[in-house]
Design a protein around this ligand. Structure first.
Ligand SMILES: Cc1ncc(COP(=O)(O)O)c(C=O)c1O
Length: 457
């Protein structure tokens, strides 16, 4: 007899309890760091999972829990300090399950008014933090890469409209040499020239650096500048006011890449560091980083959403019922159509906890960062390479080669002690620790720092 795919059975009831248990235990108990496994070893351990008859829920889940999940590194682990860590709230994780089961396509108001309204409330909170006008708005996309690409497409379209359809010989986009790799990727995808702006002595793009780089170019075709509000490697914020001023002079769209750092707009102690963000034309911030939402989620906000709509709206006979009204349709504001209501876990958690709790959590991580900076200064074998502006610490172990860092990092994760990966600073090997989880402890940070005392063997 052929099994049916849908409908509840006693087995699926049992599966539901097991799944919820996994999700809740992850939030409430200690869990292992996990690690890397060679492809052949993993394949052998897991065995064949896709079979004609199916494994059944219990066995398929067992393979995940016992074999596959341990072969992932837990980005939400207390000693995961690499890349940008992850710290979703329990409320956001639970609501992500609701979103998965809600059976809704959040492309349009026609189909998903309740979800779109709630997502827009969350976007409004972020837009208000940035000092954007009441008309501002946008959508949630999977990540900063897609968010920046979508904003830049809107920027170029707006420039083309301003130029009454006359294209330059080459479109140009400017960003700092320290800008995120996704900006280069966007330039490649859009086939536009990237003007690389040198950073100043403090690793920031400034008005002077930007003017100099633009003046060195033929004076046509510039449509956008991308500034960083918290670069990934060093966590530093460009001179947003100065850059915004130059954008106004040159008629260029300013997009601020705040995938990591703009979350700190919610922390009163850091608001001044983002002065000038209110003059941007668009910005991105990833709630799956420092706003405590599950993967994957990027908030993309436009000062004038009508310009984004003009660039992104798709038309087709079957879409007429959606396009005819003046409704707010998230599909109109990025490279997307059918979409998960991926802003809802953030919205739910904000609704549950209130924005003050977000401010407090981010302030806690900022304070932990300063404490960690002190701990680095206090260790003679370490050297802090840059004063942390947000929550990225970049430092070096005196006397270590790149191979030493690699060996130490591999040993750290293999022993379950922590996950930290090397980087480079001014061409020299270094290491960075990023703190976005208010549950991180100073003791765990010191444990990682002290693991660098002796060179790995
Ligand atoms: C500053 C910055 N910009 C852009 C991105 C790209 O975002 P995503 O990985 O969500 O595409 C990141 C990701 O780490 C980032 O830190």
């Amino acid at each position: 007899m052929t099994k049916t795919l849908h409908g509840s059975t006693a087995e699926s009831e049992d599966l539901a309890r097991r799944v919820i248990d996994i999700v809740l235990r992850r939030q409430r108990d200690a869990w292992p760091l996990g690690g890397q496994v060679e492809p052949a070893v993993l394949a052998q351990r897991v065995g064949k999972t896709i079979t004609s008859a199916g494994l059944g829920g219990k066995e398929a889940l067992r393979r995940w829990v016992d074999e596959l999940a341990p072969a992932t590194v837990a980005a939400d682990h207390p000693r995961y300090f690499a890349f940008i860590p992850h710290a979703p709230t329990e409320a956001s994780v639970l609501f992500d399950l609701v979103v998965s089961g809600a059976g809704l396509c959040a492309a349009s108001w026609l189909e998903a008014a309740g979800a779109v309204h709630a997502e827009n409330e969350a976007l409004r909170w972020i837009a208000d933090l940035a000092g954007f006008p009441a008309a501002a708005g946008g959508t949630f996309v999977p990540g900063g890469t897609l968010g920046t690409l979508s904003a830049l497409h809107a920027a170029r379209h707006a420039a083309l409209v301003r130029r009454q359809g006359v294209r330059p010989a080459r479109w140009k986009l400017a960003a700092s040499t320290d800008g995120h790799s996704s900006i280069k990727q966007a330039a490649r995808i859009m086939d536009v020239d990237l003007i690389e702006v040198p950073v100043d002595g403090r690793h920031r793009m400034t008005s002077t650096g930007l003017r100099g780089a633009l003046d060195a170019q033929a004076d046509d075709g510039l449509f956008a500048v991308v500034a960083s509000a918290g670069g990934t490697n060093l966590g530093l914020i460009d001179d947003l006011s100065g850059v915004a001023q130059v954008c106004r002079e040159r008629g260029a769209w300013l997009h601020v890449d705040g995938a990591y750092g703009l979350a700190a707009l919610a922390a009163p102690s850091k608001r001044a560091a983002f002065a000038g963000i209110e003059m941007a034309d668009s910005f991105t911030v990833n709630p799956h980083k420092w706003l405590f939402a599950p993967y994957d989620c990027c908030a993309l906000v436009y000062r004038d959403p009508a310009q984004a709509r003009a660039a992104h709206n798709q038309s087709a006979a079957y879409l007429d019922p959606i396009n005819e009204g003046a409704d707010w349709n998230p599909a109109d504001y990025a490279l997307q159509m059918s979409r998960r209501a991926r802003g809802l876990p953030l919205w739910f958690s904000l609704a549950v906890h209130g924005t003050d709790a977000y401010a407090a959590a981010i302030e806690t991580t900022l304070a932990l960062t300063q404490q960690a900076a002190e701990a680095i200064r206090a260790r003679a074998f370490l050297e802090l390479l840059i004063e942390p502006e947000l929550s990225v610490l970049v430092f070096r172990r005196r006397g270590w080669s790149a191979a030493d860092y690699d060996a130490w990092s591999a040993h750290l994760v293999a022993s379950g002690a922590g996950f930290v990966v090397p980087t480079t600073f001014q061409g020299e090997p270094a290491v960075r620790i990023v703190i976005i989880d208010p549950r991180k402890t100073h003791a765990d940070i010191e444990r990682v720092l002290d693991s660098m005392k002796d060179a790995p063997r």
